[in-house]
Design a protein around this ligand. Structure first.
Ligand SMILES: [Zn+2]
Length: 250
């Protein structure tokens, strides 16, 4: 029988999925998701997290919209140039799904503020564009025992991985990158094909919704997307005993 109210209608295709169903959709509706960076990756991820009914979505980005963003950061248009990304994204997503809570944090979260935001979240998506932020977010997730879904995209290449929430036997982001890899930073200098961050952000939303709905997934697997060949490959990330964050000395 068809659901009768608008919320159930929005959720109908999830409710019909045996892997999500009412129980999974309720967990999604009760969840708090922290999204770091609302650029090309974050715009795609936020769109699906909001439309899927994540109860509390916190968008963190200190940056303003620039006209070089418009080709791939699909929540923004020419009228938004100069405005704060977190604010514009929150306004647009609230139109998409008025039934959820969206908080815009238009500042760079660090230290105790980052730790607070992470520890009050069920899952963190990191779509930021630099290693300094990724390392801080990872360290906060390991400290809080929070699931981290990390993604990046550059040129015709993208990658994503899920870490935690139990880091005792599984790796963290710093087990993968102990030091900054400059070749993965700086879209401006290297260029990026517009939909590639969208592919990665969308897959990050897939993993977040699976995690919230309780669908088994494999933490500590790095998935690589090569747009040139159209192929995905996977690499197992080993936990490093000398990891500065989750290792024996961490
Ligand atoms: Zn580690």
């Amino acid at each position: 029988m068809a659901p009768e109210n608008p919320q159930q209608n929005r959720d109908a295709r999830h409710l019909a999925l045996p892997q999500v169903g009412e129980a999974g959709q309720e967990r999604i509706a009760q969840a708090t998701v922290l999204l770091i960076g609302v650029g090309g990756i974050g715009c795609a991820a936020a769109n699906y997290l909001a439309s899927s009914g994540v109860g509390q979505l916190t968008l963190c980005d200190f940056d303003t919209v620039d006209d070089t963003n418009l080709g791939r950061q699909v929540l923004y248009g020419p009228a938004d140039v100069g405005a704060l990304k977190a604010d514009v994204a929150a306004t647009g997503l609230a139109r998409n799904n008025p039934g959820i809570r969206i908080t815009a944090v238009a500042e760079r979260l660090t230290g105790a503020a980052l730790a607070d935001a992470v520890s009050s979240s069920d899952v963190v998506l990191d779509g930021s564009d630099n290693f300094a932020t990724r390392f801080q977010v990872n360290d906060a997730c390991v400290a809080a025992g929070c699931c981290l879904i990390s993604g990046s995209a550059i040129r015709l290449e993208g990658q994503l991985a899920v870490f935690g929430p139990d880091y005792r036997g599984s790796p963290c982001y710093r087990c993968l990158y102990s030091e900054a890899d400059e070749s993965l930073d700086n879209c401006a200098g290297n260029g990026v094909l517009a939909p590639v961050p969208g592919v990665i952000g969308t897959l990050m939303a897939v993993e977040a919704l699976k995690f919230l709905a309780g669908i088994t997934m494999a933490p500590g697997v790095l998935r690589l997307f090569d747009a040139a060949s159209g192929e995905f490959s996977s690499v197992t990330v080993n936990k490093r005993s000398d990891c500065p964050t989750c290792g024996d000395a961490g």
